[in-house]
Design a protein around this ligand. Structure first.
Ligand code: ATP
Ligand code: MG
Length: 454
């Protein structure tokens, strides 16, 4: 349901449009059905009353005593039931009026019956406003006989309101059914878009190389274009990487020649100063080339085409390599907290990042390097490399990620490791932090996402 209420979503738009359509349709049906029903029920009611007043006229006779009486009761038994709302009355000048048994109290206004034509009006009856019909007929001894028949208006109102209530309930039910089917139609219609968004999710997480699946003709061209774009993009990235690598390589030889020449120049007294400047510049250029070559190796953080990181398997080959590289140091792995985590990252990039941190720790540790995998919470994961070496001062920490920063000239290195590590972390969306802790110097890589699988 929550997906339906996302502001601006297609689902919400369709839902609003369908709701409006259903409300208008149902409203129109309600309005016209009650109007037509009221008209018809009123017409048939009036017809029935007219029939009754005619029947009353036919049944009325004079007894032997000259008084008014009916030859038989009216065919509708409701005229016999006290205060039933159905009444009749016959009056003639100088004679005792005759009234239906239902009319226990009150009387009808005989003035409604003042012509041989049947007339009707709304009058006050014995039990409230009444639809009254009447006509006159000449009495045998002179004067008029007034035939009046009346039915409570409330009877008609009751019929109409009971119909309206039933119709309203039925239409509300129909409206709910239409809305439910409307929702089902929305979901059915938008299902291919849901599949598309899942396919994009798989592509983003590196589970697929392109948008997979069959799509309806309306969106199939879009999917084909997107796939073409994804492939083109991957090819472009790969090509650019090769070109960057080629460029860096092609600069190496001229640079070596220039360095050679500068060194030779430095052997002469006049050229010593210039040689120093040239050598410094050549060193800076060499550093940049190495840096760009290293950068070209990692995958720019694009998750598609990536193989995912399975922990701690990814760490084991790196640790074996580090033990060979720094044989006098102990490398320990602690993955007890999360022994089967899968991260939606490129494992080559992640391994490169861990290698840089473990190599530094191996270089500066006194005896021991510890690699820990910590699952802080369901959406946060940290890899921490701790060594028992001297660590860095605050001043060094603030420059540690700069290209070429080296604070210990005794150990070999080009000062590029941490700069590259920072680039990889940024590209993968990871947080890389260095700190001096009571347990030693620590480099932590933190990953925050709801996409961590355990
Ligand atoms: N674990 C550590 N303990 C103490 N100092 C460190 C540690 N890691 C890095 N450093 C300091 O930070 C500097 C920069 O490290 P970085 O990895 O960038 O370069 P590098 O190790 O000197 O050379 P490279 O990694 O390019 O071979 C190092 O020269 C060192 O002075
Ligand atoms: Mg290093």
């Amino acid at each position: 349901m929550s997906r339906l209420l996302v502001p601006g979503s297609l689902r919400l738009r369709f839902l609003l449009a369908i709701s409006l359509w259903v409300v208008l349709g149902i409203g129109a049906i309600w309005f016209s059905a009650t109007g037509i029903f009221t008209k018809h029920i009123e017409a048939s009611y009036h017809e029935e009353l007219e029939v009754h007043v005619r029947e009353l006229g036919r049944l009325a006779t004079f007894g032997e005593d000259g008084e008014l009486r009916l030859s038989r009761p009216l065919s509708d038994p409701r005229y016999e039931e006290p205060m039933s709302g159905f009444y009749w009355q016959i009056t003639a000048d100088g004679r005792k009026p005759l009234r239906s048994q239902s009319m226990v109290i009150g009387k009808l206004d005989e003035q409604i019956a003042h012509s041989p034509e049947i007339l009707h009006t709304l009058e006050k009856g014995p039990s409230g406003p009444a639809i009254t019909y009447g006509f006159t007929r000449p009495a045998p001894g002179g004067g008029d006989i007034h035939f009046v028949i009346a039915t409570d208006q409330s009877e008609l109102d009751r019929l109409i309101s009971s119909f309206t209530r039933d119709l309203t309930l039925w239409l509300v039910g129909l409206g709910a059914l239409l809305l439910a089917t409307g929702l089902a139609i929305i979901n059915f219609g938008l299902y291919p878009l849901d599949r598309l968004s899942q396919a994009i999710g798989r592509l983003r997480h590196g589970d697929a190389y392109e948008l997979e699946g069959e799509y309806p003709v309306e969106i199939a061209p879009l999917v084909a274009d997107l796939n073409a774009y994804v492939h083109q993009n991957a090819e472009m990235v790969a090509k650019s990487r090769v070109q960057a690598g080629n460029l860096a390589h092609s600069l190496r030889t001229p640079l070596a020649v220039m360095t050679d020449e500068a060194e030779r120049l430095g052997e002469t007294a006049a050229g010593a100063e210039s040689s120093k400047v040239l050598l410094d510049q050549a060193r800076a250029m060499k550093q940049q080339i190495e840096y760009q070559l290293a950068r070209a190796r990692f995958s720019t953080g694009q998750p598609y085409n990536a193989r995912r990181v399975h922990l701690p398997e990814v760490a084991e080959p790196i640790l074996r390599a580090m033990k060979r590289l720094h044989p006098d140091k102990r490398f320990l792995l602690d993955a007890s907290q999360c022994d089967s985590v899968v991260l939606p990252l490129d494992d080559v990039d992640y391994s490169e990042l861990l290698s840089i941190l473990l190599d530094n720790a191996g270089k500066w540790a006194k005896r021991e390097v510890r690699l820990e995998f910590l699952c802080d919470s369901s959406s946060s994961f940290t890899a921490r490399v701790t060594d028992d070496g001297p660590g860095m001062s605050e001043q060094e920490l603030s420059h540690a990620f700069e290209i070429g920063s080296r604070f210990d000239q005794e150990k070999g290195g080009s000062g590029l490791g941490l700069a590259i590590a920072r680039d990889i972390a940024d590209a993968l969306g990871l947080l890389l932090e260095l700190s001096n802790t009571p347990a030693g110097f620590a480099a932590s890589v933190c990953f925050r996402s709801s996409e961590i699988n355990r």
